[in-house]
Design a protein around this ligand. Structure first.
Ligand code: IMP
Length: 422
């Protein structure tokens, strides 16, 4: 059985957690392949609301294996806290596998992240301060500590102390608080003990599952415009968030991939710094934020809101190879008289429909807007395409045409039952 991938196609927060939860209905394995606990996937089951940061979204379904793949950077203490929280809510965490090849995040990475942000001035990224960048930098510098090291306490201690001392030298140069290495090691030691039984070679586990004909869903975090190569560099995260990242980040060969689900919000949001051509600074932007509850699941920060950006969306869907589009939060637009879609950018007097590599050009881009009439009707109870008002159907068709993909799912609210296949 082939593998499907689900990715975000904007700046994150498209509602991937909910979609994954819906798509995992008949899945055997869910695999995360990049990022870390900078992600916050919200899943609503009945009237309960869960936020996942590292554990894959299949955790709420019995018999689904949840893999934290080799492409992640894993906050050791954060993962233990999250797993304990899930267990306390009555769900089993026995089915969580942690890759022996995944990189680990420790307290010193978080402090280094905060330090970098505090000293970056106008080049501040607005990171989640979860240590993501420093941990990926250590991976590339080949000084990182990996999942496999959790299985050998002596080696883990030696590596942890060596790295913590190195970071403490940096902290003292900048005059910020040093890490109490002994106290921190105690916490790490306990966490490692908890996680040890979950560490395994997930690359073999995933490939064995593929061979056995199991159904596998790879779950992306963040989204294409935050990709380290394809996003709005340097205002991006430090991993490959596009669908290709699933091959390297989970150890899956490209010919095993079947569908790429691209989750796209019916408008656009962004958290953190960086250019955002369709951002709205007026009451309409505030309306989208309030109605769409656009506040970060990880940091609680208010999200910046704007019209649907089809230039960025088309670039993302091209790189991701999205053949199934899942449009979320359509209901948030229910009350608007007219709705803008950005179909091109005007950059220094030139009109283009290509997403620029230059951050200066993107910052200068003025959106060329096309206006579509609103539908002024409640869509939150729609359970099939035919239930949608004609103007809502037209809006969705226009989005799909502009990003050159096909609508497969529409979501009209946060609950599992507010989602339908098209
Ligand atoms: P980092 O991933 O914490 O290094 O943050 C880099 C950029 O990615 C910042 O602009 C963050 O706001 C953004 N970011 C990271 N994770 C997410 C996410 O899950 N949703 C939306 N934005 C994110």
């Amino acid at each position: 059985m082939p593998v499907d991938i689900l990715v975000g196609t904007q700046w994150g927060d498209e509602g991937k957690g909910k979609l994954i939860d819906v798509l995992t209905r008949d899945v055997d394995m869910v695999v995360r392949f990049q990022g870390g606990n900078n992600a916050g996937h919200t899943v609503e089951i009945g009237d309960k609301h869960y936020v996942l940061h590292l554990v894959p979204s299949g955790i709420f379904r019995e018999n689904v294996v949840n893999v934290i793949g080799n492409g992640l950077v894993v906050d050791v203490l954060g993962l233990v806290e999250e797993m304990k929280g899930i267990a306390a809510a009555g769900f089993s965490v026995d089915n969580v596998m942690l890759s022996s090849r995944a990189q680990l995040i420790f307290e010193y990475h978080k402090r280094a992240d905060a330090l970098r942000e505090a000293s970056a001035g106008s080049r501040k990224i607005g990171t989640t301060r979860r240590g993501i960048g420093p941990a990926y930098a250590d991976k590339m510098n080949r000084t990182g500590i990996r999942g496999i090291d959790l299985t050998c306490p002596e080696r883990l201690e030696e590596q942890f102390r060596r790295e913590a001392e190195k970071y403490n030298k940096l902290f003292s140069e900048y005059g910020i608080a040093q890490l109490d290495i002994d106290a921190e090691w105690e916490r790490v030691r306990e966490a490692a003990e908890y996680l040890r039984g979950h560490v395994c070679d997930t690359v073999y586990a995933v490939n064995a599952a593929i061979k056995a004909g199991k159904k596998i869903l790879c779950e992306g975090a963040q989204a294409a415009l935050l990709d380290i190569d394809h996003g709005t560099y340097p205002f991006v995260t430090s991993s490959n968030t596009v669908s290709g990242g699933a091959c390297t980040g989970a150890g899956i060969a490209p010919q095993k991939i079947r569908d790429v689900w691209g989750v796209i919000k019916a408008y656009t949001t962004r958290v953190g710094e960086g250019p955002f051509p369709t951002e709205l600074f007026d009451e309409c932007g505030e309306k989208l934020r309030q109605i769409g509850h656009e506040f970060g699941a990880t940091t609680g920060r208010p999200r910046r809101c704007g019209w649907f950006d089809a230039v960025a969306g088309r670039y993302a869907c091209m790189v991701d190879g999205v053949n199934k589009l899942a449009v979320t939060k359509l209901d948030v637009l229910d009350d608007l008289d007219r709705i803008g879609i950005c179909v091109a950018y005007e950059i220094n007097g030139r009109t283009t429909s290509e997403f620029p590599a230059s951050i200066e050009e993107l910052a200068a881009a003025k959106p060329v807007l096309e206006w579509l009439p609103g539908w002024k009707q409640d869509t939150s109870r729609a359970t099939r395409w035919e239930d949608l008002p004609e103007n809502a159907q037209n809006y969705l068709k226009r989005i799909a045409g502009l990003v050159d993909s096909t609508i497969a799912i529409v979501s009209v609210g946060p609950r599992r039952d507010q989602t339908f296949l098209v």
